[in-house]
Design a protein around this ligand. Structure first.
Ligand code: GLV
Length: 387
């Protein structure tokens, strides 16, 4: 195994090993990618206060997210097409998360189905839902998630329509890939990926194919989201879905204090401050800039989670110190998966854990519960002076 010391090491290997269309799918933001870039670069504006001669023995990164024990407050975010980055990718990522002691969230747009992941793991995972027009489909998928003992529903609110990512259109993104000349030429250079893919039957959207009606091309994400997703999703429907689910509910895609208050009103257990990794509304604020205002608005009424731009344990620490009670990594674990399967996801978690633990210690703190605004140096205009 090559010596991996950063998430960036994994990204570079992922770029080499995975087919171009799937690496690009992971690495794209929408339109100009401004928000995608800001998510990362805004983290760099925040500096840390170095503290010394503080007893750092007996440190722990352990915490709780929605009442569940976690080895560190870093969940694996729902990511579509994960099983195309590496064969059986969702199963591999879920197993790595389970062994590490962090939550895994299965996307509606996964390749491995809810049942597949449940059959290959021993602990409950979280299920992410996109609301479809077909109410029977929604009722059935919620039941499937309950039957699989999923311990939280992560309802995504910022993708009723798909933001345009230019590369996906140019690459003809589909699962499985269509045999065009361009795609075949690229796949021919990805022998390791291809061999593993030949060894699995899981090459389609496992939660959809055979379960959803009226999808003209179930391999094309763009087509089936356009045909199936419920454009009329509103807070009343969110409230109904909460009742229908009956378990822990996490609302993902909140970037505005007013929406955060609506999420509190419907009784969410947690909200995820997120702009979908810069993949939806290009030009929206980075997640880390949006976080402090949302924490001020609702931080004492609901658990605020954070997603967007995390590429290190230092980023995790910054989000926690700004008031998040949990964080998510998406691309950071997908790089690991695309680079070296389950071992790569484990390596991504190890890298982030070590960075979080060391940074916490050098900031003079021994637990994640003790991380607060006091350990950060934040520019006075960080949140922006927007009118
Ligand atoms: C879906 O979750 C996407 O961002 O492609």
């Amino acid at each position: 195994m090559p010596v991996i010391t950063t998430i960036e090491d994994l990204r570079r290997i992922h770029a080499r090993r995975a087919p171009r269309m799937f690496y690009d799918y992971c690495e794209s933001g929408s339109w100009t990618e401004q928000t995608f870039r800001d998510n990362i670069s805004d983290f760099a504006q925040i500096r840390l206060r170095q503290r010394v001669a503080v007893d750092m023995a007996g440190r722990s990164t352990a915490a709780r997210m929605i009442g569940q024990d976690v080895a560190m407050p870093v969940a694996l975010a729902p990511v579509g097409l994960t099983g195309m980055q590496s064969a059986d990718g969702e199963i591999k990522a879920a197993r790595a998360a389970e062994k590490f002691g962090v939550p895994f969230t299965l996307s509606t747009m996964s390749i491995c189905s809810i049942e597949d992941v449940a059959a290959h793991t021993t602990k409950p995972f979280w299920f992410q839902l996109y609301v479809m027009r077909d109410e029977d489909f929604v009722a059935r998928i919620l039941q499937r998630a309950k039957d699989a003992r999923c311990s939280a529903l992560v309802l995504t609110l910022d993708l009723q329509i798909l933001g345009q990512r230019h590369k996906d259109l140019k690459n003809g993104l589909s699962a499985p890939p269509k045999p065009t000349l361009r795609t075949m030429a690229n796949l021919a250079t990805k022998w390791r990926w291809g061999l593993e893919m030949l060894g699995t039957k899981r090459r389609f959207f496992g939660n959809i194919v055979g379960h959803a009606r009226g999808v003209s091309d179930a391999s094309s994400l763009t087509d089936w989201t356009a045909e199936q997703f419920d454009h009329s999703l509103d807070w009343d429907k969110v409230r109904k879905l909460k009742e229908q689910w009956g378990g822990k509910l996490i609302l993902k895609g909140i970037l505005d204090a007013e929406d955060a208050r609506r999420a509190v009103d419907v009784g969410a257990d947690a909200i995820v401050v997120s702009n979908h990794g810069g993949r939806q509304l290009d030009g929206a604020l980075s997640s880390i800039r949006a976080l402090p205002g949302i924490v001020r608005a609702v931080g004492d009424q609901v658990e605020v989670h954070f997603d967007g731009g995390i590429r290190s344990g230092q980023d995790v620490l910054k989000a926690l110190a700004l008031g998040a009670r949990g964080t998510y990594i998406g691309r950071a674990f997908v790089y690991g998966l695309g680079a070296m399967g389950e071992a790569g996801v484990t390596r991504a978690l190890e890298v982030i854990h070590k960075e979080l633990d060391t940074t916490m210690a050098l900031c003079g703190r021994r637990s994640v519960a003790a991380l607060d605004r006091d350990i950060l140096l934040v520019p006075s205009d960080f949140e922006g002076n927007w009118a």
